[in-house]
Structures are given as C-alpha cells and as structure tokens.
Design a protein around this ligand. Structure first.
Ligand SMILES: [Zn+2]
Length: 131
C-alpha cells in the first residue's frame, strides 16, 4: 500500500489547504444558488481531500511524480539537452555561414545564389564576369 503513495510534504499540505478552501467556497456557492460552481468546487475539495488523506494522486501517478521524498521537491526530470555551446540555433547559424562562404576566387566578393558563376582556368569558382 505504501508503494502507491506519491503525495507528501508540501504537496500534501497544499492539497489539504485547497480541499479546505474549496469546501468553504463550495458551500458558499451552493447556498447562494450557484449550483454548478458549487458542485465543481465540491468535487475539487473531495479530490484534493482524497489526495491529502490517502497520500495518493492519480495525476501524480500518470506524470510519474512523487512528492513523498525527504527533500519536499517535486522530482520532475527536465531535459538538460539545451547545451548553450552546441545549441540548434548555433548549428543553423554555422550552416548558413557555410552556404554564404562561396566567394569569387578572382575578386574575392561573395557569390550569391542565382549569380552566374563558373570555374576559371585554375578550376576556381569565379563570377562569370571575372573569369
Ligand atoms: Zn568576381
């Protein structure tokens, strides 16, 4: 039974408070005739109350979250692949630079796509006008 517990520490305390607040709000809304809101708040209160008393939450279970640990910190593992030294934006930037690195061997100016160019006598790519 202990294996199913995944709500603890601060998480459990917050759920207790939410259950208490929602039950108060629910009663107020039901008394003032706001039945749908009152019922929803009541359901929420029961849900959080259930989590807090049993220490089990289906949502936590589905998300593989366990807050019963000593640290009281939610143990969600973040994807740390966002390394600034080899980010995907840098890679794209590098490819863009390489694509624009084609320069005329004769005048040294970059040859932009669409410009007519071709190999000269030394087999270097130059502008058609520079060959
Ligand atoms: Zn040129």
């Amino acid at each position: 039974m202990d294996d199913t517990k995944n709500v603890g520490g601060r998480d459990r305390l917050v759920r207790f408070l939410l259950a208490a607040v929602l039950s108060i709000v629910s009663v107020r809304w039901l008394r003032s005739g706001k039945r749908v809101r009152g019922l929803l708040a009541g359901v929420g209160a029961l849900g959080f109350g259930y989590n807090a008393t049993t220490g089990y939450c289906g949502v936590n279970d589905a998300l593989d979250v366990d807050t019963t640990g000593e640290s009281e910190e939610v143990s969600i593992e973040f994807d740390e692949s966002d390394d600034p030294t080899s980010g995907p934006s840098d890679e794209a930037e590098g490819k863009k630079k390489q694509r624009n690195q084609l320069t005329c061997a004769a005048c040294g100016d970059p040859i932009v796509p669409g410009q007519s160019r071709g190999p000269n006598a030394d087999d270097d790519i130059v502008h058609d006008g520079c060959a």
